[in-house]
Write a protein that binds this ligand. Structure first.
Ligand code: 1GP
Length: 233
C-alpha cells in the first residue's frame, strides 16, 4: 500500500474546507545563498513550497530542493516545466498533462520520458490535469509548450476539459493563468470548475494581492499558488 501524504493534504483541504497556499520557487530566479532568509519572509499561511520553472538549467531544481530541505519541513512539491527538473529529493511531483493544448509532447511525451527518473524512487507522483488559460499577456508556458491558452470566456470548454482530466484519472486539476499573468483565473471559472469536480482544485498565475487570494478561495480553490509576488524585486 502506497501512502500519498501530499495528495492527502490536497483532498483533506477539499473535505475540510481548508485553504492551502503554495509559494512557487523558480530555481532560475532563486538566490540559493539566501534560502534561509527567504523562508523567514514567508507568511505563516504558506502550507507548501512548489519548485519548478519553464527554463531551468539541469541540476538547479535539485540544488534548490536540497537547500530548502535544510531549513523547512514544509512539503516540497515539484512543478516541473520539463522532465529534467525531477528529483527524488522532493516530497512529491505534480505529474502534469497539459490538457488545454494539443501538443503530444506535453500531453504524454514528457510523462513517458519521466519514467526513467521516477523508477525506483519513492517520490510521490500526483497525476495532475493542467489547463493553461489566457492571462492577458504572453506566458512562458505557452511559449515553451507551443500551445495556445484557452480563452477565459470559453467557460464550457474549460469546465469540460477539467472534467475530462478527472475522468481520465487526474487526482487534481490545476488552472494556470501563467506566471506574471495580467489577468488571474476569473472567480467565475473557478466556481464553475469546482462545481463539476470531485477532486481538489489548484489555481495560480497573476495572483498578487490578499483580495485576489481571498477571491480565489471564495470561488472554490483548495490551493492557490503564488510565485512572482514572493520573488525579490
Ligand atoms: C503558478 O505560474 C504560477 O501557477 C505562478 O504565477 O508568478 O504570477 O504568481 P505568478
Amino acid at each position: 500500500m502506497f501512502s500519498k501524504p501530499v495528495l492527502h493534504s490536497f483532498t483533506d483541504a477539499l473535505l475540510k474546507n481548508q485553504r492551502l497556499l503554495a509559494v512557487l520557487i523558480d530555481p532560475e530566479k532563486f538566490d540559493l545563498a539566501g534560502t534561509a532568509s527567504f523562508l523567514r519572509t514567508l507568511p505563516s499561511e504558506v502550507t507548501h513550497l512548489f519548485v519548478g520553472g519553464s527554463t531551468v538549467p539541469k541540476g538547479w531544481a535539485e540544488a534548490v530542493v536540497k537547500e530548502l530541505k535544510l531549513y523547512t519541513a514544509k512539503p516540497l512539491v515539484l512543478f516541473p516545466g520539463d522532465v529534467s527538473q525531477i528529483t527524488p529529493l522532493a516530497d512529491a511531483v505534480l505529474f502534469l498533462s497539459l490538457l488545454s493544448g494539443r501538443n503530444p509532447e506535453y500531453l504524454v511525451g514528457q510523462q513517458v520520458k519521466a519514467v526513467t527518473s521516477l523508477r525506483g524512487t519513492k517520490l510521490e507522483v500526483i497525476p495532475t490535469g493542467y489547463l493553461l488559460l489566457d492571462g492577458g499577456n504572453p506566458s512562458a508556458v505557452a511559449r515553451i509548450t507551443a500551445t495556445e491558452p484557452m480563452p477565459q470566456n470559453d467557460l464550457n470548454n474549460i469546465v469540460d476539459t477539467a472534467k475530462a482530466a478527472e475522468l481520465m484519472g487526474a487526482q487534481v486539476v490545476y488552472l494556470e493563468a501563467g506566471s506574471g499573468a495580467k489577468l488571474s483565473v476569473a472567480p467565475k471559472i473557478i466556481t464553475a470548475v469546482r462545481k463539476e469536480l470531485s477532486i481538489p482544485l489548484i489555481v495560480g498565475g497573476g495572483i498578487k494581492t490578499k483580495i485576489q487570494l481571498e477571491e480565489a478561495y471564495q470561488a472554490g480553490a483548495q490551493m492557490v499558488v503564488m510565485g512572482t509576488a514572493f520573488e525579490k524585486a
